[in-house]
Design a protein around this ligand. Structure first.
Ligand code: GLU
Length: 381
């Protein structure tokens, strides 16, 4: 049902400190629920902690109410975080925007040690540079005009801070994908094009790369488990860890969720947001079970795994490489099983009947409610 490939061996696990680190830029979708769930399972299954960190350094992309939506969705799914906003913890604050002092201090360390430099280039210059390079078919990367920052410039003038990217980022080990060796950038460097990603923006806010690394380090995160869309960032992160002289966490990347045509799962082909599944009456246990089976395979006989069983059985060894084609038939199958569990003596029978009542009211109107009594049980068995 789900596309997956080779099962990989990985190292034995001691208590893991994991984190789910969403940006409050919209609603949580199936992919984010799966990332949160895997992080939760890894922490709980190893007797560790599951953290929630809100990555809100990009104010322009922050959506009002998104943060509350994240809290609400995670709680609905039963993925209560051990440390994070609302619950606190020893390693807080857990909103990145409240940690900028720490981030800036670490940018200063990189500046002092020559791993980063201030760039005073005006946006117009950068745009013109990119345009000229694009026309001549070249990489649009930066030309290091400010590597040896102009003598007249001072830290008080508007600037960004850039990482001085090495010609070759170090190789790293991924617990799912094995050894990853990033390509050398010698060709681009030879023609004067340097990736040199921005670490600190002109508004004094850190970018994702810097804040993510500094916070993972100071929050003692042992495993960074996230989707492969973040893999291109990992070499930069590994490099930053080495600039600071820190031991990097273990990296665990999981493939993307796709529709049956192999395209990125999107609104075009069906529901993707957790709020939509909730509204339709899907049960959190069904949805958790559904996403857990995407990119993870288990040795057990049944695919019906409630959160307890998932905690017991989850292991990094079962994570599979490659993207996963999502087939919603499985969700309906799981929903039926869990709905039946709830009705047949489960503790949530009142809840499930209320949910059915709400659906009948919404779809067919008040007048059909009396039929519901007769139907109650037969709906689920
Ligand atoms: N803020 C990133 C996101 O929105 C976090 C990626 C990561 O886990 O490093 O998913």
């Amino acid at each position: 049902m789900f596309s997956n490939s080779v099962i990989r061996a990985s190292s034995a696990i001691t208590p893991a400190r994991t984190r789910f680190a969403p940006s409050p830029t919209g609603y949580l979708h199936l992919g984010s629920l799966r990332t949160a769930l895997f992080n939760y399972l890894l922490a709980k299954g190893t007797g560790g902690q599951f953290l929630l960190r809100i990555e809100d350094t990009d104010k322009k992309r922050t959506v009002e109410g998104a943060e509350e939506g994240i809290f609400d969705t995670l709680r609905w799914a039963g993925l209560q975080w051990d440390e994070g906003p609302l619950v606190g913890g020893e390693f807080g604050p857990y909103r990145q925007s409240e940690r900028t002092e720490l981030h800036r201090k670490h940018v200063d360390i990189l500046l002092e040690e020559g791993h980063a430099y201030r760039c005073y280039c005006a946006p117009q210059r950068l745009e013109a540079l990119a345009l000229t390079r694009k026309h001549s078919g070249q990489s649009t990367d930066y030309d290091r005009h400010c590597l040896n920052s102009p003598p007249t410039a001072s830290a008080a003038e508007p600037h960004v801070v850039r990482l001085k990217a090495p010609v070759q980022y170090p190789a790293y080990h991924d617990l799912v994908y094995g050894t990853i060796t990033p390509g050398a950038q010698s060709h681009d460097h030879a023609i004067g094009a340097f990736e040199d990603p921005i670490l600190l923006k002109s508004d004094g806010m850190p970018t994702y790369h810097l804040a993510n690394v500094v916070d993972d380090h100071f929050m003692n995160i042992t495993h960074v488990l996230r989707a492969t869309e973040w893999m291109p960032s990992t070499p930069k992160h590994v490099h930053l860890y080495s600039c600071f002289g820190w031991k990097p966490p273990k990296f665990v990347h999981v493939g993307l969720l796709q529709d049956t045509q192999g395209k990125k799962l999107s609104k075009r082909t069906g529901d993707v947001f957790i709020s939509e599944f909730r509204e339709k009456g899907y049960l959190p246990e069904a949805l958790n079970n559904f996403v857990a089976l995407m990119g993870w395979s288990h040795a057990g006989e049944s695919d019906i795994l409630d959160i307890q069983k998932l905690v017991e059985q989850f292991s990094i060894d079962g994570l599979t490489t490659g993207n996963t084609k999502v087939e919603f038939g499985k969700l309906d199958y799981l929903q039926k099983q869990y709905a039946r569990n709830r009705v047949m003596g489960g503790s949530g029978d009142k809840e499930i009947l209320d949910a059915v009542e709400a659906q009948v009211r919404k779809r067919f109107g008040e007048k059909y409610l009396p039929y519901l009594q007769k139907l109650q049980i037969s709906l689920f068995v």
